[in-house]
Design a protein around this ligand. Structure first.
Ligand code: ATP
Length: 358
């Protein structure tokens, strides 16, 4: 299986953690004769913007379209406004490649103590609607720089878009033997768009009688993520709600250094993109101490997506093995190890497991 992967490290710690994920995928290339990755690196980033006045070249999407998947680090640099980095790089890829699902696992890995410190498994995924919702560029500002200035930012909820996200969530639940799907809503206060969200989710739920649908208002759900995160299996949420819930979920299972995500085009017409939940972490960038686990786990999600769930499982098991031993820990996990020490330890654990199986 030859798969062409476009690698976009981006900014800040993205560059450091992507390097470790690519090293791990190269090791899998060596150990598994059926797997062949071809990597092309692209330096599209804030640095690129400062040189060329744009985040990526005009034909970037045509170039990326030819790849089987995109491994993405992070974007963000204080020299470039956030709306430029986001709307000129991440959003065009997500929207043009119809990556309408953002899948974000929230799993307490073996070897990590949850800040909540209750010894029960936490293992759910957030299915975030990724193409519309609150992150739309529909709107504008009137009467700029006057006292009467008005900003209007429209939320776009469609029956089709919500239905596709809900269908993905229920299909995921069915595939992995989960009993429930939780929907994040706020239809008591946001009475137009969120009511349509509820209608579309209910319509899909009716087609899956053996899976229960629980709908919670977003504020209550945020509290439940802290008070009883063990109860969730699959959570489906609009773009903004899903974004906020996944940072909260990350905090519950040990922090952003551990949380992966997949921007999926489930229909397979365009490449999907795999990136950590965290950003470019400017406060620690360049010090070689970023935790590469979120990025490496994102690469494992890429392996799942490309049909090698067996290898995806090996990588997650290797991460848990290293965390359980506890000898290698980056500062976010209370240790003093470097990014590259954590990357090497995970590669060693992968190698051990594959050689043992082999
Ligand atoms: P950006 O503007 O790119 O979103 P940010 O600082 O607002 O950057 P994050 O990059 O997500 O947001 O960082 C939030 C916090 O999490 C920071 O304190 C950062 O150091 C920490 N963090 C993020 N990624 C990692 C990582 N891989 N390892 C350790 N800590 C991390």
């Amino acid at each position: 299986m030859t798969k062409r992967i476009a690698v976009l490290p981006g900014d800040g710690v993205g560059i450091e953690v992507v390097d470790e994920a690519v090293k791990l995928l190269n090791l899998l290339n060596e150990l598994d004769p059926e797997l062949k990755f071809e990597f092309d690196h692209f330096d599209w980033s804030s640095e690129y913007y400062l040189k060329h006045g744009k985040m990526m070249p005009d034909n970037a999407l045509d170039v990326l379209k030819e790849y089987d998947a995109i491994l993405f680090g992070a974007i963000g640099d204080k020299r470039v406004p956030d709306d430029v980095t986001v709307w000129e790089l991440i959003m065009p890829i997500r929207k043009n490649f119809n990556q309408y699902i953002n899948l974000r696992p929230v799993k307490l890995l073996k070897g990590v103590a949850s800040p909540l410190a209750r010894d029960a498994p936490i293992d759910f995924v957030i299915v975030r609607e990724n193409a519309e919702g609150e992150y739309s560029n529909s709107g504008g500002r009137l009467y700029p720089s006057t006292e009467e200035e008005i900003a209007i930012q429209n939320t776009v909820i469609t029956r089709k878009g919500t239905g596709k996200a809900a269908k993905f969530a229920f299909d995921y639940a069915a595939k992995y033997g989960k009993k429930s799907v939780t929907s994040a809503t706020k239809s008591n206060a946001i009475i137009h768009s969120m009511k349509l969200w509820d209608d579309a989710v209910n319509e899909v739920a009716a087609q899956y009688p053996s899976i229960e649908l629980d709908s919670y208002y977003i504020d209550a759900l945020a509290a439940y993520f802290v008070s009883r995160p063990h109860d969730f299996e699959v959570v489906v949420a609009s773009n903004l709600f899903g974004d906020i819930l996944s940072d909260l979920g990350s905090a519950v299972v040990g922090g952003l250094g551990l949380s992966p995500s997949a921007n999926l085009n489930p229909d397979g017409e365009f490449p999907s993109m795999f990136e950590p939940v965290h950003g470019s972490a400017p406060d620690i960038a360049g010090q070689g101490i970023a935790n590469p686990i979120a990025q490496i786990w994102s690469a494992a999600l890429m392996l799942n997506h490309l049909g090698r769930e067996d290898l995806g499982e090996v990588v997650v098991a290797a991460i848990e093995d290293v965390l359980t031993k506890g000898e290698v820990r980056t500062p976010d996990l209370g240790g003093q190890s470097t990014t590259s020490e954590m990357g090497s330890a995970i590669r060693e654990a992968v190698q051990k497991q594959l050689v043992k199986e082999g």
